[in-house]
Design a protein around this ligand. Structure first.
Ligand SMILES: C[C@](O)(CO)[C@H](O)COP(=O)(O)OP(=O)(O)OC[C@H]1O[C@@H](n2ccc(N)nc2=O)[C@H](O)[C@@H]1O
Ligand SMILES: Nc1ncnc2c1ncn2[C@@H]1O[C@H](COP(=O)(O)OP(=O)(O)OP(=O)(O)O)[C@@H](O)[C@H]1O
Length: 283
């Protein structure tokens, strides 16, 4: 029996998120700055000689074939001429619908790992194209580099020069439906494009923040509270919010001053995905 291979699926933050317009297919043109966190889910893979894919444990409320891990594995199986299967274990840490990209990161880790185990020799570009069909955030996890994203999120320019602070992330106990935020009529969709240089100065905002705070007042409340300590922003379409700090200690200190009912974690911003480090070695 083959050995288990453990591979991380890190979280991402959207350090800014501007919505520039809406395309005819309903998807939105945006500009966003992605950075990874040294915090996330963990997946374990064991190759099988038959065509079976197993996944344990199941995610509550997500059907087996709808799980992005299974959808990613199926997309690769369809491209293989020989039988290829895998047993997969998932250690889920990231909140679902949290704006931390957990499902997308699980999918990207699955694409990268099975491409290697099944010796499919697909390029990162090919895997990112397959990933984009699973979710707008999958390509950045496949490429594994902090990046400024344009288009619907798939045109990526790596930003290795981004500083790597510590973040305090607050996790409101709310599940935000991304589609509902993007289809809300109050969402502003006319922000002017900015340059990467401006984005790297961390001057951008999150255009979803007003609508998300209106639909989920508890998120607006958490933003106001965290803003008392340090400028706070929403990641993606929420629910999570974050502030940056120059040290881990400072972030922990603020987390201890928040009301006990707030669920939080502290993590370091990183420009290179730990998934790539495990699968391809240090860059
Ligand atoms: C908001 C972000 O989190 C920023 O990183 C992502 O763009 C969203 O990525 P995701 O959760 O992987 O979202 P997807 O599963 O691709 O899309 C969910 C829904 O959000 C809307 N959507 C998403 C991305 C985009 N550029 N325009 C959109 O209008 C669409 O209605 C879509 O049906
Ligand atoms: N492996 C998976 N992990 C998490 N969610 C999954 C997974 N597979 C399918 N899903 C579905 O995808 C939805 C979005 O989950 P996800 O954790 O990626 O949200 P998110 O953090 O808000 O992502 P984003 O920032 O990309 O919008 C979930 O509500 C769930 O129904």
């Amino acid at each position: 029996m083959a050995d288990w291979l453990s591979v991380p699926a890190p979280a991402k933050l959207n350090l800014m998120l501007h919505i520039l317009g809406r395309r005819d297919d309903g998807y939105h043109e945006l500009q966003t700055l992605f950075q990874f966190l040294d915090y996330g889910d963990e997946l374990q893979f064991r190759q099988r000689d038959d065509n079976e894919i197993t996944l344990t444990p199941a995610i509550d409320g997500v059907d087996f074939e709808d799980n992005l891990i299974i959808r990613a594995a199926r997309a690769l199986q369809a491209l293989s001429e020989k039988p290829c299967g895998a047993d997969i274990r998932l250690h889920k840490v990231l909140p679902m619908g949290g704006g931390l990209g957990g499902g997308s990161s699980d999918a990207a880790t699955t694409l990268l790992t099975l491409n290697k185990l099944w010796q499919l020799h697909l390029s990162l570009e090919q895997l990112a194209d397959i990933g984009l069909r699973l979710g707008a955030d999958v390509p950045v996890f496949v490429h594994g580099q902090a990046a400024f994203a344009e288009g619907v999120g798939e045109i990526l320019t790596p930003t290795p020069e981004l500083d790597e602070p510590w973040y305090l992330v607050v996790v409101p106990q709310v599940h935000v439906n991304t589609g509902k935020i993007f289809s809300n009529k109050c969402l502003t969709r006319n922000t002017a494009a900015i340059s990467i240089r401006t984005a790297l100065r961390r001057e951008g905002n999150n255009d979803c923040q007003a609508v998300v705070s209106m639909l989920h007042p508890e998120i607006g409340k958490a933003l106001n509270l965290l803003n008392n300590f340090s400028p706070a922003k929403l990641t993606g379409t929420g629910a999570c919010i974050f502030s940056s700090f120059s040290s881990e200690l400072e972030a922990i200190k603020v987390s201890k001053q928040l009301p006990a009912e707030y669920s939080t974690f502290v993590a370091k911003g990183i420009n290179h995905s730990p998934t790539h480090k495990v699968l391809f070695g240090p860059s």
